[in-house]
Write a protein that binds this ligand. Structure first.
Ligand SMILES: [Zn+2]
Length: 242
């Protein structure tokens, strides 16, 4: 294989490697995972909102429970006085009974608040349940996608490693000066540094045709292994042996 033919082989393998890297980066599953991650962030926000609502309801319920406990304690205390025998004046006993009745009324009111809070919780609890179930489901799907991505990545990495091996064998056949130019052009020209001079005088890199006179001159004056460049794009042009 001539150095220029080897260079075309290097280019072919580099192009394949570039395509494999692009395939890996552009796996549709990656976009799906990103979309799921966005959904999960949104659900987390919703869960936080619902959690804040539940927390507010819990505080109200706890305050009501505390007040009921404190009312119970007061009622017990007054009951003791009422029936303890230490108070005997009718008016005082009536006043005690009136206080107890008033505390009992208040207790019923607060118990209603407590019940209302418990009922108020229900839709938020249900919503949180739905959100949690959806989060678990999405976590599961994302996990499967990540596993699938990892499997394809291993496969692609293997294919890249094979290509790199064959490419490096071809590189060994290309003089270092030519390789330097090739590497520089590849960086500059988006991956394609060497191309065929196609039949009809077209550059296989930029697909523009060289002037017919120029093609004729090349064929007439230059040996097949002479280093030539496309006038339009600057790529190394390799002629087909004929
Ligand atoms: Zn060109």
């Amino acid at each position: 294989m001539t150095p220029l033919e080897a260079l075309i082989a290097v280019q072919a393998h580099d192009t394949t490697i570039d395509q494999l890297r692009h395939k890996s980066a552009a796996l549709p599953a990656r976009a799906e995972v990103a979309a799921i991650e966005a959904q999960l962030v949104e659900l987390e926000g919703k869960a936080t909102d619902v959690g804040a609502q539940l927390h507010a309801i819990d505080r109200r319920q706890k305050a009501a429970e505390d007040e009921v406990a404190s009312l119970d304690a007061k009622i017990t205390e007054l009951d003791k006085k009422l029936y303890g025998g230490t108070v005997s004046a009718i008016k005082e006993l009536q006043a005690l009974q009136a206080d107890i009745d008033s505390l009992q009324r208040r207790k019923r009111e607060v118990e209603d608040v407590e019940l209302a809070a418990m009922e108020e919780r229900e839709p938020f609890d249900a919503e949180l349940g739905v959100i949690d179930a959806e989060r678990s489901r999405l976590d599961g799907v994302a996990g499967q996608l990540r596993t699938a991505i990892a499997e394809v990545e291993i496969e692609i990495e293997g294919a890249i490693a094979d290509e790199v091996g064959v490419r490096d064998e071809a590189r060994a056949l290309v003089p270092p000066v030519l390789l330097d130019e090739y590497d520089r052009l590849r960086d500059k020209l988006g991956g394609v540094a060497a191309a065929r001079l196609e039949p009809g005088g077209r550059c296989g890199g930029c697909h523009l045709s060289l002037p017919a006179q120029e093609v004729a001159r090349i064929k007439r004056e230059l040996p097949i292994d002479a280093l030539i460049h496309c006038e339009q794009c600057g790529r190394i042009l390799v002629r087909v042996e004929a």
